[in-house]
Design a protein around this ligand. Sequence first.
Ligand code: NAD
Length: 459
Amino acid sequence: MFQDVINPARFSETVGKVWMMSEAEVDEVLEQAHIAFNTWSRTAPEHRSHKLRDAARDLRSALPEIATLFVRENGKPLREAEIDIRRSIELAEIIASDLLEWSKPAVLDPSQPVLARRRPRGVTAVISPWNSPVLLSFKRVIPAIATGNSVVLKPASQCPLAVLECARIINKHLPSGVLNVVTGSGPIVGEKLTTDERVRTIAFTGSTATGRRIMELGSRTIKKLFMELGGNDPALVLQNAILDEDAVARMTHAILRGAGQVCIAIKRIYVHRSRYDELVDKLSQSFDRVVVGDGLAAETTMGPLNNKSQFDFVLGLIEQSRNAGLRVLTKGKKLDPKSWQQGYFVLPALILGAAEDHDIVRCEQFGPMVPILSFTDEEEAVARANNTPYGLRASVWTAGRDRAEALADRLEAGAVFWNNHGIFRDLHIEFPGIKQSGFSRDSRWAALDHYADTYGFGE
Ligand code: NAD
């Protein structure tokens, strides 16, 4: 059965069709991957490095077409889509070069003739979400293939087309069966991957609820798991925060990039009472400059939400906030008011007056709105920021780096940013989430390590 992939900015446009595979079809693909592993795992690292570089070169030449397809199925502005693809390509180049040094056996202790050697694990399943489909697929696929594994990749059915196109290009450089894409539903295709004995490693990026299910099912065959899950990131704005134009622009970007459909977006702001009015005023002005429209239009700075279920969820949260008596300050401009109803468009909003137990504070909204809450005491602000099952990212906005560093020690997050939020300047420095946000590190050698077994050899 085919399912339509619809442009979220233009419902009348069917961007493509995705085949919803049966369990038996996935079984066949797994068998091919299993067979391909036998030969691919024995190739030299230099050979695999070479193939990755060739694939990266071809992806770079196809970048403009892939980016356009990405925007049409996902909704995010072209510039943001290009960044996701470019990062995947850079990653392939970096991994291709890291692989050579990483593959060398390590001498553990010169006084003992024991070597730590590495070998690939087998078939790897990569399961990815719809919000950044290309990057969050290939960030896992590339190190898995580089280390000699075969991969079965399952993208989200809402936007699998750019992922399929990237895989088609990469596959020109790989033997058949090394990189496979299976499409379809989570409960059928995803669960087959999670329970099949031939799959030895799973790299999952998605919601905490699905991650929990994969951990349960994966435990039956003791799979090695990589888990990057949901988040509800807090930003703390201290009494001495610098709220100049640059800082407010960075904060706005950290809230509204991807229309808020980003795991590491700022999802709650705690601001010192003395700076509350000023922050609301400055963010209001900044949100007002946002232009919401089709991601392919040059003027657009924020695209639509990706799909109906996310759109309904976000509108429901806004409605619920209004009904609870909260102030919803709707900002921004509609690029094309006439066709507004033809896409999953939502204007950005600031939500004022929320308490800790309101849903807009408790849950991962994954939409273009943020609650702003005030505090008087920094200890209290840290406790409120930590009052969540999640632990992806957090940020401290203050003139004093020392204070930010001291608070970072106590904020329960995989990374804490000072006057910024989300991504470090060096895009390849990453840290895993903590608590129910997951547990897997995937930058540089850590990524390669995840897809390999280390074994000892000696007398
Ligand atoms: P999701 O968990 O619904 O789906 C993710 C993938 O899992 C999809 O491919 C889906 O088909 C598949 N899936 C669904 N049910 C499954 C099952 N029972 N077994 C196996 N696979 C199954 O997530 P989503 O809605 O696509 O993405 C949004 C979520 O992803 C948010 O919670 C967001 O925070 C999270 N996310 C986390 C990160 C991170 O790095 N921590 C990055 C991006 C997104």
